[in-house]
Design a protein around this ligand. Structure first.
Ligand code: SF4
Length: 343
């Protein structure tokens, strides 16, 4: 395992260090009423060693963006309209399905919200590991395979790894399954990890363990992670940068501390305001009024206008552009004062 990891690290060092690069991506879903613009001109990057959190309400486009990163939306009704996606300089959108198969799980891996669902119930953990290794590391001897399994399970905190390896998913808790899924995912030494709500289904204590592991793997292997979440506690705990999506558009982006301590976009402020006070001081929980717009017929102006308490006439007539602000930040709002970065 150690040899394999050092080889992988060397390969990473030799490859393009740009990680994941998404530019001007548009993904539409064809519906009887017309195309639904789920992801509309989205650009983002996840550099080596960086954890980027993609946040937003359900339907904001964050999961579609993450699936698109591995070209997992390539059959109707979903379709790529324009844009580009590169991973370490490789053009993902130009790859054949066969080429993508070797990228998925090897260059890039995904960790899903429901760990039990991502493990085959008819396989023991050892068999699931072996299955993955046989696809991505063909030629390993049984002894090497066993070493991989031991190292992988120990790495995610299972000192009793043999018991876990012999278990079926239903014999493990949700948190244990997520740690196993992380170990199997990581057995292929990916250059990029996409984690879609990896802690949502777990209780708080296990959440902390999984977040700790993600951060540890990020630090030890310089692993870029695209983290999809709606939980600002998770963002604050492990992410370096945050990208806020709403109605298919990026609304704000920047370093986590800067965005969470001083959010510029009214939508980001509303999202943060709707997080319950962790000491229980909230008498009434804040809820963002209204609902997201119809993305088959999106409004001509700002997509947040119907829910924004600061909206003015111009907001309904003209789509705000994503503008660069100070502190390596961007935001999409007509009312941001560029001289002071204040709405
Ligand atoms: Fe609110 Fe207008 Fe800014 Fe949109 S552009 S977020 S409606 S103030």
């Amino acid at each position: 395992m150690a040899n394999k990891q050092s080889t992988a690290q060397t390969n990473q060092a030799e490859s393009n260090s740009s990680g994941l690069e998404i530019s001007n991506l548009k993904i539409w879903f064809d519906t009887p009423s017309g195309p639904l613009r789920a992801v509309d001109n989205v650009s983002l990057s996840v550099n080596k060693g960086e954890i980027v959190a993609l946040v937003g309400e359900s339907g904001s486009g964050k999961s579609v963006t993450s699936l698109a990163a591995l070209k997992l939306i390539n059959t109707p009704p979903g379709r790529f309209v324009s844009g580009s996606i590169t991973l370490n300089g490789q053009n993902i959108l130009a790859m054949t399905e066969q080429e993508l198969e070797s990228v998925r799980g090897t260059s890039a891996a995904m960790l899903f919200q429901n760990p039990r669902g991502s493990l085959d119930p008819s396989f023991t953990i050892q068999e699931a590991f072996q299955e993955t290794l046989s696809r991505h590391q063909p030629g390993l001897s049984p002894k090497e395979c066993r070493e991989y399994i031991e190292t992988g399970l120990r790495q995610v905190g299972f000192n009793d790894w043999e018991r876990v390896a012999a278990s079926y998913p239903h014999q493990l808790s949700g948190g244990m399954c997520q740690r196993v899924a992380l170990a199997i995912t990581f057995a292929c030494n990916p250059d990029l990890l996409i984690a879609d709500e990896p802690t949502t289904a777990l209780d708080v204590g296990i959440q902390a363990k999984v977040l700790f592991l993600l951060r540890k793997l990020n630090i030890e292997h310089d692993l870029p992670i695209l983290l999809i979440t709606h939980d600002f506690g998770v963002v604050r705990a492990i992410a370096h940068r945050v990208v806020v999506m709403y109605a298919g558009h990026i609304q704000e982006e920047g370093p986590v501390d800067a965005v969470l301590c001083n959010p510029q976009h009214p939508y980001t402020r509303s999202l943060i305001k709707s997080v319950p006070d962790d000491v229980g001081n909230d008498d009434v929980l804040y809820q963002i009024p209204g609902t997201p717009p119809d993305l088959v017929n999106p409004p001509a102006g700002c997509r947040f206008a119907d829910r924004c308490e600061l909206a003015v006439k111009r907001c309904r007539e003209e789509l705000p552009e994503l503008r660069a602000l100070a502190e390596d930040r961007t935001a999409r709002c007509h009312l941001i004062d560029l001289s002071e970065n204040k709405v």
